[in-house]
Design a protein around this ligand. Sequence first.
Ligand SMILES: C[S@@+](CC[C@H](N)C(=O)[O-])C[C@H]1O[C@@H](n2cnc3c(N)ncnc32)[C@H](O)[C@@H]1O
Length: 250
Amino acid sequence: MNDIAWYQEFFGEDYLRIYTPFLSEEKTLREVDGISKLLHLPAGSSILDLCCGHGRHTIPLAQRGYQMTGLDLNESFLQRARTDALAQGVQVEWVHSDMRYIPFEHTFDAVINIFTSFGYLENEEENLHVLQQVHKALKPGGLFLLESVYQNKLVRSFSPYGIIRYDDGLLVLEERSFDLLSSRNNVHITMFTPDGQRIEHEQSVRLYTLSEVVGMFATVGLRLQAYYGGLDGSPLSMDSRLVVVGRKQE
Ligand SMILES: C[S@@+](CC[C@H](N)C(=O)[O-])C[C@H]1O[C@@H](n2cnc3c(N)ncnc32)[C@H](O)[C@@H]1O
């Protein structure tokens, strides 16, 4: 039995190696534009980037005049974020914590959670607990913006295998299974590096339908404000991502 959760083990250099080629600065800045438009908050508003990673959205949002806090479990991502923020000359509060423990109360005008950073925890109660923490951290009337893979889209286009060859010769094989009882997408990742190493990782993410998210929001006191198929504000469809905005009741 492995005591280390997959999300403690996977996020690090290998995650960056697999995903960075798909996350150009241009794409990230388009996402940042989308986040600002969807939240529609005045400059100076306080925003928590929950599971901020290395701050790819946190830092550009701070550059746009928001008062940013970034929270993540991975200290090496936060270290990189601190260095980048310093280089960009922006002030961000970085918090090293598990998303289950958000050490703020009635503090933020908005909380954002981007790039499928929700649904990682061991069971439904733990994932719901994160939303309770989000609710606690928001000011009355504050917004929560969640952006993720959409369960309907994954199921509709489900493919049990995927293989990608990177320019440097890295091969990444994904063996996927969607558990119908838990609605978790379980992925076994094998990296074949150009120097002949074989590295294995696991991912297990609870993916949600819109109605499930709306139900969880209601349970913790977040009212549905809007939903979209992407951060660009496009409509939700069976082929889109899932973006849901909830508002903490006044
Ligand atoms: C898919 S990445 C997305 C990062 C960032 N939002 C982005 O778009 O680049 C998920 C992030 O969640 C963080 N994470 C994983 N489990 C966590 C937990 N239990 N509490 C807080 N952060 C966690 C990881 O360290 C990683 O930075």
